[in-house]
Design a protein around this ligand. Structure first.
Ligand SMILES: Nc1nc2c(c(=O)[nH]1)N[C@H]1C(S)=C(S)[C@@H](COP(=O)(O)O)O[C@H]1N2
Ligand SMILES: [Mo]
Length: 534
């Protein structure tokens, strides 16, 4: 039944009107406003959940749901998200969750208008999803469920007030008040107050969150321990590429991880354990690690998801403790096959024991470019293993290192379709000219980077159109585990041209021209750029 507005003239009666009786199961709130009420109730639930979580120092319910989602999405969807949104994929996920909530919440409001129990049930269902997600996050205790449940309770309270639902005895209204039992004035004040409360609670939650992160950042030590031998100096001759610094500043270093909110590690409680198939398990505090002999190495980290020519590769001076030294103290048992590590946020990966013991500089890193690790890159400590893609080796926010077999544990990405073992492939990239950038005829500088961690780069060649492969000039080599810059000059003639690059490593092997996508173990093919010369 459609309600008539209270002011509508009633020509059937000229007598003093009795307020019309509302049929028992007639919706009491106009549908559009019931939908709005659902939205406001959901906003209150989310904001109160965020506030409770921030006070308790845990991740917000939305982030818990998002993280569970990340852990469950099929690989093709994950790849699509990365293709569409790049490193903004987390923002896209957050926006997606809010959009879904905002689409469903009005329906909950409408349902509440038809059946009294439907509103509370709908919001409670969301609260339970949030609680279940939070409980399922690594390291979560029962208290993790509280923010979602509190949020749901607040949302229900708001919804019940705004949308009382049918069949509720309505106090006999005075003629000038709500003749149909629904009080517009009360709706406006209550919904306005609830919306304002949601905004305030959300704002306070974000502030508390920011302050907690600041507090953790402020606790990050400003100095690193001394290193064995001489500090590394980067020769000026390593930097011949005008577009990409040889050492990537920490703030520009690519970031890839599944963490929606940064893990908040309390340094005084943090330890890294070395366990499993070892004779003497170790448990090391941050200070224990700092007091051990430390090395400093220039290592280029690369993500397996990087497309040919892509940005997910960076180079830094890492400082830390040699993993081989720690494993020698722990005594690796002969049948151990895999170094399997777990992060504070429950991410895992594994690499062959040989990669820790074959003489390469696999380390527990504490420092990056002369500073303690930034929070984004794994503070307090992470693994860095030269020559292996990050997804099998470079655990940030490190918690445990377990010596085990391949059968007994598989890293996070392995059941999601990525290779169990993943050495970095020889690759090269053109950084100048930029793709799509107009080029003037005449002398043009072409420059880029090339990498073949563990083997080193011996040659980079560039080809224009179908011409000869011509060697580029190489920047100074700093380490076989670091990338190498290259540069060459080209006399550009007007028209459309194709620029290609290929690298050869020190074993004499040239990278394959065969094009392969990143999955399952790293993209291949020559980086190719189309330019228009005017
Ligand atoms: N805890 C944790 N560590 C992680 C990951 C992660 O998702 N969680 N991602 C890995 C991947 S896929 C890569 S490529 C590197 C990236 O390290 P960066 O963000 O410091 O560049 O971290 C690795 N370590
Ligand atoms: Mo990665």
């Amino acid at each position: 039944m459609i309600e008539s507005p209270p002011s509508a003239p009633d020509h059937t009666s000229t007598a003093d009107p009795e307020p019309p009786r509302r049929p028992v199961d007639d919706p009491v709130t106009p549908p559009r406003l019931a939908a709005l009420a659902g939205l406001i109730a959901a906003a209150v639930a989310v904001a109160i959940g965020m506030l409770a979580a921030s006070i308790g120092g845990s991740g917000s319910p939305l982030d818990s749901v998002g993280s569970e989602f990340i852990d469950r999405v099929p690989p093709w969807l994950k790849e699509l998200a990365i293709r569409w949104f790049g490193t903004n994929d987390k923002l896209a996920l957050r926006v997606g969750i809010v959009v879904v909530l905002a689409a469903i919440a009005p329906l909950v409001g409408l349902a509440a208008n038809r059946r009294r129990a439907a509103g509370p049930a709908g919001i409670a269902a969301f609260g339970l999803i949030g609680a279940a997600a939070a409980l399922h996050r690594p390291g979560a205790g029962w208290a993790a469920a509280v923010p979602s449940l509190l949020g749901a309770a607040a949302g229900i309270a708001v919804l019940v007030r705004l949308v009382p639902g049918p069949g509720r005895p309505v106090p006999t209204p005075g003629p000038s008040l709500a003749p149909l039992g629904w009080d517009r004035r009360r709706f406006i004040t209550t919904s306005g107050a609830a919306a304002a409360a949601a905004v305030v609670a959300g704002g306070v939650a974000r502030r508390i969150d920011g302050q907690q992160l600041d507090a953790i950042r402020n606790d990050i030590p400003t100095s690193l321990g001394p290193v064995e031998g001489m500090r590394i100096g980067i020769p000026a001759g390593a930097d011949v590429n005008p577009a990409t610094p040889f050492v990537t500043p920490n703030g520009e270093f690519y970031r890839i991880d599944t963490a929606l909110s940064l893990p908040r590690v309390r340094l005084d409680r943090w330890k890294v354990g070395i366990t499993g198939m070892v004779d003497r398990p170790l448990s090391l505090t941050y200070d224990d690690l700092r007091e051990r002999p430390q090395i400093e190495r220039v290592i280029t980290l690369a993500c397996v998801s990087n497309e040919v020519g892509g940005p997910y590769i960076s180079n830094a001076v890492f400082q830390g403790v040699l993993l081989a030294d720690l494993l020698a103290d722990a005594g690796v048992q002969p049948d151990a096959e895999q170094v399997f590590s777990t992060s504070v946020d429950g991410w895992t990966c594994g690499f062959p024991v040989a990669a820790a013991l074959d003489g390469r500089d696999a380390m527990i890193a504490l420092g990056m470019n002369g500073e303690a690790l930034p929070l984004e890159h794994g503070f307090p400590a992470r693994l860095v293993v030269p020559g292996l893609y990050g997804y099998v080796s470079a655990t940030k926010w490190l918690k445990t290192i377990e010596l085990t077999t391949w059968d007994r544990a598989a890293g996070y990405w392995v059941p999601r379709g990525w290779a169990r073992e993943a050495p970095i492939k020889t690759q090269s990239r053109i950084d100048v000219p930029r793709s799509g950038q107009p080029v003037a005829a005449g002398p043009v500088r072409i420059a880029g980077v090339a990498w073949a961690q563990r083997r080193g780069i011996s040659k980079v060649e560039v080809r224009i159109d179908d011409g000869e492969w011509r060697p580029a000039d190489l920047g100074d080599a700093v380490s076989d585990d670091a990338w190498r810059q290259w540069v060459t000059d080209w006399e550009a003639t007007p028209g459309r041209h194709t620029i290609q690059v290929r690298a050869t490593d020190r074993t004499g092997t040239t990278q394959t021209p065969d094009q392969a996508p990143p999955a399952p173990d790293g993209a291949t093919g020559y980086h190719t750029l189309d330019v228009t010369v005017r």
